[in-house]
Design a protein around this ligand. Structure first.
Ligand SMILES: [Mg+2]
Length: 263
């Protein structure tokens, strides 16, 4: 998707305005990506919540004005295990996995198997490439490769997936590419579905995310209809978010501030 070429502002510089909106909102829906947002990116993906993050989230889920939604590209059971907080609404696979695995048609299963084999044959020649089979979709991790190699890998994946374009499409992230069934629509659609539910129609949504796959959710929040607060984590870049934070540490600081405002 094309990204808005605006420069987001640091959230803390506009905190008074945010604080005011929080105070005036009866209900708040807080969407949180996990890797790169709540926890720093880990090379081996063995991320875990720091004590401070856990305790602020534990307090937030108890606040009746807030609904906390964790939304990640990871599988839902894994996300749930890593966060381990009751009362959070967990969504895996970019919002597609909510309780149970989304059904995958036989033709799509076949396409996934063939695409996986084609990509593995072509890409495992690059040192540092790692493939992860998530069942129902798969991911090519490129973080360990040099940036020039990452560009080449991206090009190859796009070409290799072309024959399966009816069944599959890509979520292209900063350092990984997810190959998913077309029925998986991504975080923007998941956020829209949640916010369109009757009980949340007048909620103030906040979304924190760090990657390209978070952009459709930023765009959804930034629309006139939602007038939500979208926050890019990890510094600035072209984005649909109107605010940014430098790192997960600042996200936790923000969550503490939100909690203070609402108690
Ligand atoms: Mg992330």
């Amino acid at each position: 998707m094309s990204l808005r070429t605006n420069n987001p502002a640091h959230l803390f510089r506009h905190w008074t305005q945010v604080e005011d909106r929080l105070r005036r909102s009866k209900k708040i829906v807080l969407f949180l990506d996990f890797d790169g947002t709540l926890v720093p990116i880990q090379r081996n993906r063995k991320a875990f919540l720091q004590h401070q993050s856990r305790s602020v989230l534990l307090r937030l889920v108890k606040n009746p004005r807030i609904t906390v939604v964790a939304i990640s590209g990871r599988r839902r059971p894994e996300l749930r295990r890593l966060m381990g907080i009751r009362g959070i609404h967990y969504l895996g696979l970019y919002g597609s996995e909510n309780g149970r695995m989304p059904a995958v048609a036989p033709s799509v299963k076949k396409a996934l198997i063939q695409a996986y084999a084609a990509i593995r044959n072509e890409l495992l020649k690059y040192p540092g490439i790692r493939m992860e089979n998530k069942v129902g979709c798969f991911c090519v991790h490129m973080r360990e490769c040099e940036l020039t190699v990452q560009d080449r890998v991206q090009e190859s994946v796009r070409a290799l997936i072309h024959p399966f374009r009816r069944e599959l499409h890509l979520f292209e992230n900063l350092h990984d590419i997810e190959i998913v069934p077309r029925t998986m629509r991504g975080k923007g659609v998941a956020v829209r579905r949640i916010l369109d539910s009757r009980s949340r129609l007048h909620s103030l949504p906040l979304y924190f995310g760090d990657d390209i796959s978070d952009e459709p959710a930023f765009a959804e929040l930034h629309s006139k209809l939602r007038a939500g607060i979208a926050v890019l984590v990890g510094g600035t870049r072209c984005t649909h978010a109107q605010f940014f934070l430098q790192n997960p540490k600042e996200v936790i600081e923000t969550l503490s501030r939100v909690e203070e405002v609402l108690t």
